[in-house]
Design a protein around this ligand. Sequence first.
Ligand SMILES: [Zn+2]
Length: 240
Amino acid sequence: MLKLDILVLSVHPDDAELGCSGTILKHIAHGKKVGMVDLTRGELGTRGSAEIRDQEAAASAKILGLAVRENLGLPDGFFENTREYQLKVIAAIRKYQPSIVITNAYHDRHPDHGRANELVETSAFLAGLRKIETSVESALQDAWRPDLVLHFIQDNYIRPDILIDVTDFWDKKIESIRAFGSQFHNPEWEGEPQTYISSPEFINVVAARAMEFGKSIGVKYAEGFTSRKILGVDNLFSLK
Ligand SMILES: [Zn+2]
């Protein structure tokens, strides 16, 4: 069994690259095992197709150095926080037994993001209840509840509860975003309709947000996270 330190559960392939790939890269560089389970294939995206997104997600997984990247194939735009989908997310959490789960922002421009946050938060709790039975390849799974669920910040400004310095990993983060050539500004895709995220300015906005967060802690780039749980640290000097 592959046990992960961090499991990233986000709704669209590319959300995690935008929201938390610097943090992923940093923890992998520190020897942590990180994997991703995307909830949908992003099949409703205006540009490209589900097949192209699959290839882009695989290319980005290589850039990031993920231990695994899977897709649950939930219906983009139409999944709900219901038993049917909770059981799929519970099975994914139990399969990899992560200490930390990272998921989408609790509210955002795209309504899927907030719904994914609720679905993952609910499922992370339920995954710890042993009377809920799930199986993988017909073997019954053990109950597992992650210690912590964090939410990254994507389009809407949300005041973060913690900031992670990702300055050393910024270029690699941009490379992982650029792996989604169909979604972001790319001269090869000029004939396709333009979207909110495909304009050349979009990447500048991602950088501006990270620089604004970075400034708060005296570094160049940072990623922000929120948590429903109150967070603690070993001692005050771990804070900056
Ligand atoms: Zn998204």
